[in-house]
Design a protein around this ligand. Structure first.
Ligand code: HEM
Length: 510
């Protein structure tokens, strides 16, 4: 009698999988000239700017290329057809590698760093996704507004004192307070401090350390990074203590979160299995959400403010929209934010040029061929370089390096191929907080444009700091209080631009 067997794929080897193992035709993929024996493609590399170094190689080598560093070979992909192919969820999935894998000691099997096969990913995704529904978002809106008012109070004080404002510093205060108060009912008191909250310092420390681990040969890391490793352990311990304290406070005041993310993490059981998150997993999720929920949004707001200050005509158009849509409403309602279509385009265009989580990794879930050209074995993976995808002249035109929000008007968006704009990743593992970030950032840009004129420092040249995420370095802006606010009658918004309830995770592209 014939035996019936269900083919279960064999487990892939644990640890780093070099490109030699998974790409049988690596010879078809270019690499930089002048490889240094043992060290690899490290000439001219700066350990503080690995992403920007890689972008330079991308420009030289084209839509798919590889780099070798300390015996590890990686493949990078940014050509639109290749990225679109890798978005096919029937053949590819998220790969937890490099920087993301380096965050496992702090975020464990939390949503961002979980391996696809870990049961806690699906459990946490199902339990937490309703926390990003339209209803949930509308519930966070008043708190988002109140945090934004703390920011404008603080900027009013700086303006009165004749000082410029520290844009990334203040955006980080704003976004940390927003996620911590809306999600966890916790006030870090960021606006009452002159220096960043120690939570932010510890977080930046762990992100920078995770990035640094990629730039040293792994066996030597404990030796070469001895002091940094000790500091990283102290940072992780601090993050754990802060989060444990937040959880303890909530448990003591059970039910006080009115169904926020922390309530969901602690009390919600899975609708089908009845399971709930373990205490250890809750700790991982709280850290994940506090970090993922503010660092990237802060960078996006900072880049957007930089471009608005540099392009007064774009700022004027965005401001006119705010005046028209919000009129003299003191506190814009939830639905009035989604109607700021031009402001949202400014944000999208900033995320195009500087997607603040600038890469994500995809692996083949079975033996396949990438775009019909590059054979890949199951488990082979590549890093998608979104800043290059977003600057591909074939998709975005010869002026792809220019800041132009009209690239995101409805007609232009419809005319582009899918999967050409990917700041929030792709597929099942795309960003769960996408709508949260977009709502928060659009609201804040609207409030700031309505209240201030932004003046750049003429000598400032954009420099980008990397700590896995991207942030404009040392960006300060001068403010002027607007004198007259035009407040015309509310406008009717055409159907095509009305905000539609969307799945919090999957965008139109997915
Ligand atoms: C502009 C702001 C943001 C950007 C650019 C961004 C970008 C991303 C990207 C690219 C991924 C996919 C990573 C991968 O494939 O490895 C991701 C995942 C994730 N993001 Fe965001 N994000 C933002 C805001 C947020 C916010 C506000 C939250 C929470 C409130 C959040 C929570 C998460 C989580 C938990 C994941 C993992 C999802 C999963 O694997 O199931 N993000 N984000």
């Amino acid at each position: 009698m014939a035996e019936t067997t269900t083919a279960t794929p064999t487990a892939l080897p644990k640890g780093f999988r070099g490109a030699e193992q998974g790409w049988p035709h690596l010879d078809r993929i270019p690499h930089p000239p002048r490889r240094v024996p043992l060290l690899g493609d490290v000439l001219g590399a700066d350990r503080r700017t690995p992403l920007q170094d890689t972008l330079r190689y991308a420009r030289q080598l084209g839509p798919i290329f590889r780099r070798r560093a300390f015996g590890k070979e990686f493949v990078f992909v940014w050509g639109a057809d290749l990225v679109a192919d890798m978005a096919d969820e029937s053949r590819f999935a998220k790969h937890v590698g490099l920087g993301v894998a380096n965050l496992r000691p702090v975020a464990g099997d939390g949503l961002f760093t979980a391996y696809n096969h870990e049961p806690n990913w699906q459990l946490a995704h199902d339990v937490l996704a309703p926390g990003f529904s339209r209803e949930a978002m509308a519930g966070y809106h008043p708190m988002m507004l109140s945090v934004a008012e703390r920011l404008t109070d603080s900027w009013d004080r700086e303006l009165a004192a004749g000082r410029s404002v520290d844009v990334p510093g203040d955006m980080t205060k704003l976004t940390l307070e927003t996620i911590s108060r809306t999600g966890f009912g916790h006030d870090f008191g960021s606006f009452e401090r002159d220096r960043p909250h120690p939570f932010v310092t510890a977080m930046v420390g762990t992100l920078s350390y995770a990035q640094r681990l990629n730039s040293v040969p792994s066996p030597l890391a404990p030796l070469l990074l001895r002091t940094a490793t000790r500091r990283n352990e102290a940072d992780i311990a601090y993050l754990n203590r802060t989060v444990d304290e937040m959880v303890r406070t909530r448990r003591e005041a059970s039910g006080s979160g009115a169904g926020d993310l922390l309530d969901r993490m602690l009390d919600t059981t899975h609708a089908e299995t009845g399971e709930r998150l373990s205490p250890e997993n809750v700790r991982r999720q709280v850290i994940t959400f506090l970090v993922a929920g503010h660092e990237t949004t802060s960078g996006s707001l900072s880049f957007a403010l930089h471009y608005l200050a540099r392009h007064p005509e774009i700022a004027a158009r965005a401001r006119a929209e705010v005046d028209q849509v919000w009129g003299d409403t003191e506190t814009p309602g939830y639905d009035q934010v989604a109607k700021l279509r031009y402001v949202r385009r400014v944000l999208d265009e900033s995320l195009r040029l500087w997607p603040t989580a600038p890469a994500y990794a995809r692996e083949a879930t079975r033996d396949t061929e990438l775009a019909g050209v590059h054979p890949m074995r199951r488990g082979a993976w590549a890093l998608i370089l979104t800043p290059m995808l977003h600057r591909d002249p074939e998709v975005w035109g010869a002026d792809a390096e220019e800041f132009d929000p009209d690239r995101f008007d409805a007609k232009a968006v419809r005319s582009r191929a899918p999967h050409t704009f990917k700041p929030f990743g792709t597929g099942a593992r795309a960003c769960i907080g996408r709508q949260f970030a977009l709502h928060e950032a659009t609201l804040v840009l609207g409030l700031l444009l309505r209240r201030y004129e932004l003046r750049p420092d003429p000598a400032y040249q954009l420099r980008v700091t990397e700590r896995l995420t991207l942030m404009p370095e040392d960006l300060r802006l001068h403010l002027d209080r607007r004198t007259a606010t035009a407040a015309p009658a509310p406008v009717t918004v055409p159907d095509e631009v009305r905000s539609e309830p969307r799945c919090p995770v999957h965008g139109t592209d997915d």
